[in-house]
Design a protein around this ligand. Sequence first.
Ligand code: GSH
Length: 425
Amino acid sequence: RIRKLRRSAAMSFPKRYFVNSLQDYRVGNETFADKNWNSQIQQTVNIITDRQKRSVKAAEGGLYVGVAGVGYMLYHMSLSPTFVGEKSKLLEKGLAYIQPALEYAESNKNDKSQKSAFVLGNAGIYAVAAAVYHALGDRNNADRYLKAYIDSAANCKPLNFLRCGGDELLVGRAGYLSGVLWLEKVFGKETFPAKDINELCKCIMESGRKYAQRHRSPCPLMFSYYDVEYLGAAHGLSGILQMLLSFPAYLQSDPKAEQDVKASVDYLLSLQSPSGNFPCATDELGSRARPEADELVHWCHGAPGSVVYLMAKAYLYWKEDKYLRSCLKCGDLVWMKGLLKKGPGTCHGVAGSGHVFLLLYRLTGDPKHLHRAHVFADFIFSPEFSQGARTPDSPYSLYEGLAGTVCYLVDILKPDQAAFPFFDV
Ligand code: GSH
């Protein structure tokens, strides 16, 4: 009986998310369709720029929680037609946040694990520096940092360059490839030698096949990070597969590679629970499953918030409806459990959940998803959220904090061009 009571209490007060009592879309209730987020964006940016230190020390954590992420936010705003009048001011300001990050990168440039890490290391800082200089029309500096990025590829080619696992998105090869995709979009041309890209994709395939064989995995490609077989975006399988799928020229050059990638995507798809969730890691499968295993509904871990991007790519690539159905299930689960108490950010916060709706809107054109994106954004500024959500450790940062929220609001203004930072290009 006590257990039953405890269970029902837990169900009425979930610890990870606010119960969603927001109004879902109905034809005629598009109250948010014309909402102007400008003043909310400006206010939030003022809070960030007033409070975020611009020191070399504050650059630790790369784009994820370091100052470079704030530089990226200002750059992202400068691209929006809404802020076109402030473009050069935003870019100059962005540069002021990138400079200490470049100093930080210079100070640790001999640290091999930092060099090619995109989200958490120097490569991401070089990429954003190149983009900001490019937008400012400073060709010398843009070329200099682009070259620094291209050169850092060599560092992540040796198969075991990171003993903890070098294939994933935050520090590994998949992250490096996500930077390649982003930079090609920024510079509007094929900036990277195809040979380098193919080599990196081949390394990932070889690493995944070897690991899967050694550990008798049911999935043809499997990877581990610090001995955990993560499945979500942050360190896991879905982020890695998404990057492989983003380079069709490589897959088309090797039918066996495409076959293994597809079988791996289908393996992941088979793990989606009836509620729409995905496990965080393979140690949550089968008899070793923990009761709370189904709880994480984040972008980073085991969640529809990240695997949905892979399923969307798979749908666009193979045009099979099962992938689209999976995406829609992800969206419905995020609507139920995505008002996360961890904060307003992208990695494990409400903005990250909202990005799922922006993706589904782009994929289907259904106004329901745009409505959901708007009401999630609105919730971030509600009294319920400010009283009940926790303050992230890095409250102004791109992945945990308000800089990510700003990027999300900027994307809502132009949903057809929205993208989770560096991830869904
Ligand atoms: N330091 C973070 C913050 O202040 O926002 C919190 C850490 C966090 O939430 N980490 C994510 C997570 O899923 C992974 S990036 N943690 C495990 C959990 O929530 O059970």
